[in-house]
Design a protein around this ligand. Structure first.
Ligand SMILES: Cc1cc2nc3c(=O)[nH]c(=O)nc-3n(C[C@H](O)[C@H](O)[C@H](O)COP(=O)(O)O)c2cc1C
Length: 161
């Protein structure tokens, strides 16, 4: 296979990272997080198997910077508190064993938040009535201080992840 696709299997320099090939696992929410949003054995086994398979880079699925409003549904990997760092660190170690770097996709569900599990109304840059999709609830408009707070939450999530 590597002879057939020499470019695909050649290293790629991405800033300070050197990927061993150009195969990238995209972010896909697989719902293997623990119910409390921590990374446990199932998440680790899933991503470790992909790393073992020989990809050049893994993007860990959408992981949330705010809870509960940031979750479309549960479970999601959470990045909003330091207590999630040990699980995330184990995940990174399991992937790095195979010489594969990993990124994590930081997200916020916004209008896709399901209030059924939190009792909290979804938020969006503007009020969304009717919602973009029929299964969604009406989202309320964020205030400017809330938007600034979310920017900070993304930054904090980047440090956690
Ligand atoms: C089960 C599933 C979960 C997904 N989760 C995410 C996600 O967490 N973040 C994201 O950006 N895209 C997500 N996607 C979109 C995929 O990343 C996208 O389908 C993938 O990059 C393949 O691209 P394509 O659909 O254009 O072929 C998901 C798709 C599926 C099927």
């Amino acid at each position: 296979m590597s002879k057939e696709y020499p470019m695909l299997y050649s290293p790629f320099k991405l800033k300070h990272l050197t990927l061993k090939n150009r195969i990238v696992k995209p972010a896909q929410w697989v719902i293997y997080a623990e119910p409390d949003g921590s990374v446990g054995a199932r998440v680790i086994a899933f991503y470790e198997s992909i790393a073992r398979g020989g990809v050049g880079l893994i993007t860990v699925e959408e992981s949330i910077c705010e809870y509960p409003e940031g979750a479309s549904n549960i479970p999601h990997i959470r990045l909003d508190e330091d207590r999630f760092i040990p699980g995330l660190s184990e995940l990174a170690k399991a992937i790095h064993k195979y010489d594969v770097p990993c990124f994590v996709q930081i997200t916020h569900a916004g209008p896709a938040h399901n209030p059924a599990f939190s009792g909290t109304q979804p938020v969006a840059p503007s009020r969304l009535d009717p919602p973009a999709e029929p299964q969604m609830a009406v989202a309320r408009e964020l205030t400017i201080p809330e938007i600034k707070g979310l920017v900070e939450k993304y930054a904090q999530a980047a440090l956690t992840g």
